[in-house]
Design a protein around this ligand. Structure first.
Ligand code: C2E
Ligand code: MG
Ligand code: MG
Ligand code: MG
Length: 278
């Protein structure tokens, strides 16, 4: 028995050590990667369910890591939120996204808004409203060309300061989307306190599995409530036609998910657009 135990401990140590080394490597390479253009903006369409019409897009970061290849945000965003690199990365993402919006507004005459993700950590930087204002002005955009996705859980603790910042952003004209609504701990109270325009239903609501009937009834209620509050509702993670039809039946007008398109490199997104517009 002791032999088996030793082997398990050795295995545990190895994978833990590996994980720590990987995390350290990620931290050691982040600055250089940012300078060398290894972080990229991918875009995922947002559509109107009834017509399939494009209503917007979300900018999502992708890291083409020199050693690990393409790695997912889940592997580095939490680390960057801990060591405060997230603000640098996000400002880069916002800048690149504004650049794309300007380019496509010029190319097509007008373009749908694109949303960027704003980390809870970013909200603590006092210059955030100023940074975003200058950025949009720099690319000749209206603030409303850029939507800001802020995760619901960002509001839960010490909401006073965050509420003030979000109020300021809204005042300037940015459109605020509440991301991942319904995930983790949340309170319906945030819906009355925050000046949000759009509610993004977390994809957990749609996942098959335990308590699916209950989750669906809650989803129905949230869609109904948001509609009464005059908020747009976008369902995240729509993968199947059944899910789409279910949402439609519940009065949800907008969706984002693999059924409509995965996050794509900007060239691929342009091809996707011509497919849609053809
Ligand atoms: P999010 O903002 O809620 O973004 C939606 C996530 O769901 C994306 O994962 C997207 O690829 C994924 N997704 C979209 N449609 C489907 C679908 O039909 N099925 C499934 N299973 N997944 C779908 P991604 O790109 O891995 O990003 C994960 C999270 O990382 C994001 O969640 C966001 O919180 C964060 N993130 C991504 N890019 C950035 C960024 O530039 N800045 C910050 N601060 N956070 C970011
Ligand atoms: Mg988002
Ligand atoms: Mg989300
Ligand atoms: Mg999410």
């Amino acid at each position: 028995i002791k032999g088996i135990y030793d082997r398990e401990m050795a295995f545990y140590d190895d994978s833990l050590r590996e994980k720590m080394m990987r995390e350290q490597k990620i931290i050691d390479t982040m600055e250089e990667s940012l300078q060398q253009g290894n972080f990229q903006v991918f875009l995922q369409p947002k559509v109107e369910i009834g017509t399939g019409k494009l209503i917007g897009a979300e900018a999502l970061v992708r890291w083409d890591h020199p050693e690990y290849g393409m790695i997912s945000p889940a592997d580095f965003i939490p680390l960057f939120e801990k060591n405060d690199f997230i603000y640098n990365l996000d400002r880069f993402m916002w800048d690149k996204t504004c650049q794309i919006i300007e380019m496509w507004k010029n190319k097509f005459g007008s373009f749908v808004p694109i949303s960027v993700n704003v980390s809870r950590k970013d909200l603590y930087h006092g210059d955030l409203p100023d940074v975003l204002t200058k950025l949009t002005a720099n690319y000749h955009l209206n603030p409303s060309d850029l939507h800001l996705e802020i995760t619901e859980s960002a509001y839960v603790a010490d909401s006073h300061q965050l509420l003030a910042v979000i109020g300021q952003l809204k005042q300037i004209g940015f459109v605020i989307e509440m991301d991942d609504f319904g995930k983790g701990y949340s309170s319906l109270n945030t819906l009355s306190e925050l000046p949000i325009d759009i509610l993004k239903l977390d994809m957990e609501f749609l996942k098959p599995g335990k308590n699916i009937m209950r989750r669906r009834e809650i989803m129905r209620l949230v869609i109904d409530l948001a509609t009464r509050l005059k908020l747009q509702v976008i369902a995240e993670g729509v993968e199947t036609e059944e899910q789409r039809d279910l949402l439609k039946g519940m009065g949800c007008k907008y969706a984002q998910g693999y059924l409509y398109g995965k996050p794509m490199h900007r060239e691929a997104f342009l091809r996707y657009l011509t497919g849609i517009y053809a």
